[in-house]
Design a protein around this ligand. Structure first.
Ligand SMILES: NC(=O)c1ccc[n+]([C@@H]2O[C@H](COP(=O)([O-])OP(=O)(O)OC[C@H]3O[C@@H](n4cnc5c(N)ncnc54)[C@H](O)[C@@H]3O)[C@@H](O)[C@H]2O)c1
Length: 246
C-alpha cells in the first residue's frame, strides 16, 4: 500500500520564538513534512537546527515551489504582504502573526476568493483562549459592562493584542444584537516574564465576573497550529478564528 502524501509545510519567521516552536511541532508530526524555512535573519548568517532549504525571503521560497502550506509567525508589518504573496503563488496560508486590521482582512478575503486559495487567520491558537472568547460572548448577553486587560511579554510589538481586539469585537457584536452600542475598553500590559494572558472582566451591580486565560508557554499554541494545517484543505477563501475548525 502506498504511504499517504504528507503536506509540505514552510515556516515563515522560522528563527523567531513562535517559528522555532512551530518548526519543532511540524517536524515531529508524522503526517506533515517541514519542507522550507524562511526568515530575513538567514541573510545575516543565523542558522537553524534543521538541515533544510532556508530562505531570507518568502518570495524566494515560493518561487522554488513545491509547498502546500505556509505557516507565518513574523511581524505585524509583514503579515499582509506575506499572505498576498502566498495567495498569488497559489499556496495556502496559516497566519498566526497578529496586527492585521479589518481593512487588511477585507483585502485578503477578496484575493483569496479570487485565486481560490485557503487562508486561515487566528489571533490566538490556544484552545483555552478560544473558549474564553465563547464564554465572554455568552456573558455579554446578560451583562452590559466589560473591560479587557491583556498582558504579554515586553517584546510583543502590537497593542492591543489580536486576541483582545477580537474578544472585544465579539462582546460588542453580542451587545449590538440586543440594541446596545458600546465599546469595550482594552488595557495592555507589557512586562518581562509574561507570555500571553488575558482577563475579561464584566461588572454589574454588586458583582463582577472575570474570565481569565493564561498561556504559560508557546507549546500551548501548537495543537491549534497543527489543527489549522491539517484542516486547510477543506477550507475555502478566508477563515478567521480557531473556533471555526474545532
Ligand atoms: N496567533 C497566536 O496564537 C500567536 C501566539 C503567539 C504569538 N503570536 C504572534 O506571532 C508573531 C511572532 O511572534 P514571536 O514572539 O515569534 O516574534 P519574534 O520576534 O520572536 O519572531 C519573529 C521572526 O520573524 C522574522 N521576520 C520578520 N519579518 C519577516 C518577514 N517579512 N518574513 C519572514 N520572517 C520575518 C524575524 O526575523 C523573527 O525571527 C507576533 O505577531 C505575535 O503577536 C501569535
Amino acid at each position: 500500500m502506498s504511504e499517504p502524501v504528507r503536506r509540505r509545510v514552510a515556516v515563515s519567521g522560522a528563527l523567531g520564538n513562535m517559528g522555532r516552536t512551530v518548526c519543532a511541532a511540524v517536524a515531529a508530526a508524522g503526517d506533515l513534512e517541514l519542507a522550507a524555512l524562511v526568515d530575513p535573519a538567514f541573510a545575516g548568517g543565523v542558522t537553524s537546527d534543521f538541515e533544510l532549504p532556508a530562505y531570507p525571503s518568502l518570495l524566494d521560497a515560493l518561487q522554488v515551489g513545491g509547498l502546500d502550506v505556509v505557516v507565518d509567525f513574523t511581524r505585524p508589518e509583514a503579515a499582509l504582504g506575506n499572505i498576498l504573496a502566498c495567495v498569488t503563488a497559489g499556496v495556502a496560508v496559516v497566519m498566526g502573526t497578529t496586527g492585521l486590521q479589518p481593512t487588511d482582512l477585507d483585502e485578503v478575503r477578496r484575493a483569496a476568493e479570487e485565486r481560490g486559495v485557503a487562508v486561515f487567520v487566528a489571533p490566538n491558537f490556544a484552545l483555552g483562549a478560544v473558549l474564553m472568547m465563547l464564554l465572554a460572548e455568552q456573558a455579554a448577553r446578560h451583562l452590559d459592562a466589560c473591560e479587557i486587560v491583556e498582558l504579554h511579554h515586553d517584546r510583543k510589538l502590537d497593542a492591543p493584542s489580536g486576541t483582545a481586539a477580537r474578544t472585544g469585537a465579539i462582546i460588542e457584536a453580542a451587545w449590538e444584537s440586543k440594541g446596545l452600542r458600546r465599546q469595550v475598553p482594552i488595557h495592555s500590559v507589557r512586562l518581562p516574564g509574561l507570555v500571553a494572558h488575558q482577563e475579561v472582566i464584566f461588572g454589574a451591580l454588586g458583582q463582577a465576573l472575570t474570565i481569565r486565560h493564561d498561556s504559560m508557554s508557546r507549546e500551548s499554541f501548537m495543537p491549534g497550529v497543527l489543527l489549522a494545517i491539517r484542516s486547510i484543505d477543506r477550507l475555502q477563501g478566508l477563515t478567521v478564528g480557531l473556533e471555526n475548525i474545532l
